[in-house]
Write a protein of this length. Structure first.
Length: 278
């Protein structure tokens, strides 16, 4: 992992500095946006794809690692330490500590053996940068289902399996995924994800709404959906760091132009990733 400072990564280094100085405090959305000069949604994704973990996960790691140092080098009560590093109570601290180190805080203190092993975090830039097409997406009425999930392939696929049980017309239909991050600092990059069809289901009445209707930076992802993270990495740790474009407040839209339902070839599968612009 390279660790040389890049001017394009200043937003990430500033965010890291903010978290390190305030790891024991609640960091507001406004603070993240002010120090990074990106919207909350974008700095969360930039941080994830350049650093390998989310803002929330990094803050939580700093809390438990600093708590362990206090356990080793002070005689403070574990409950006092938990509060000192920013946990609401001993129970939440104990759970986080055991998840991170694989051992309960009381056992770790009794053993007095160092458990700190993770290296310092270093942001990286993508080796290849994508260039988007700037497009205007017309407003589209879609019929949708919604869920709050971790944005990973398995959970997205499970949502679509459930959604497609509704049965949709085959001709003239288009499918979209709408990704709207919740405004919280989370350990995992959870988001509200909407599965959308441009045509109403045959066997149920799904709610409807309008999407699009604005200017977007449109990227093309070729191949299976399972590899879409590679394209997001090239967007959020590459292209977005050097662009002078202003981003809009709307959600990211994925349009599944070629998918397993209309092509047998993995190489022909095509997903458009659309980032809203002001």
């Amino acid at each position: 992992m390279k660790n040389e400072t890049s001017a394009n990564l200043n937003c990430v280094y500033n965010t890291i500095s903010l978290i390190e100085k305030n790891y024991d405090q609640v960091i507001s959305i406004e603070e993240l946006e002010d120090v990074s000069h990106y919207s909350y949604r974008n700095i969360q994704r930039i941080f994830k794809y350049t650093c390998g973990e989310t803002v929330g996960a990094y803050q939580k790691r700093l809390r438990v690692e600093n708590a362990y140092k206090l356990m080793l080098y002070t005689s403070d009560n574990i409950s006092v330490i938990a509060l000192k590093v920013g946990f609401a109570n001993l129970a939440s601290f104990s759970k986080a500590f055991k998840q991170h180190f694989g051992i309960a805080p009381k056992e770790a203190r009794l053993q007095k053996s160092p458990l700190l092993a993770k290296a310092e975090i270093f942001p990286i830039e993508a080796s290849a940068v994508l260039k988007p097409e700037i497009v205007y997406l017309r407003p589209v009425t879609v019929y949708y289902g919604t869920a709050f999930i971790n944005y990973i392939d398995e959970e997205v696929e499970a949502l679509w399996d459930k959604f497609l049980q509704n049965e949709f017309p085959e001709n003239g239909n288009e499918f979209y995924g709408i990704i709207a991050d919740e405004p919280l600092i989370r350990e995992n990059l959870k988001c509200r994800y909407d599965t959308c069809s441009s045509l109403q289901a045959k066997n149920s009445r799904l709610p409807s709404k309008t999407i699009g209707g604005g200017k977007y930076a449109q990227f093309a992802h070729f191949g299976a959906y399972e590899t879409i993270e590679e394209t997001y990495t090239r967007i959020y740790s590459g292209w977005i760091l050097g662009t002078g474009l202003e981003f809009g407040p709307g959600p990211v839209i994925e349009k599944y132009s070629k998918h397993p339902g209309n092509t047998m070839s993995i190489e022909e599968q095509l997903t458009y990733i659309c980032l809203p612009l002001s």
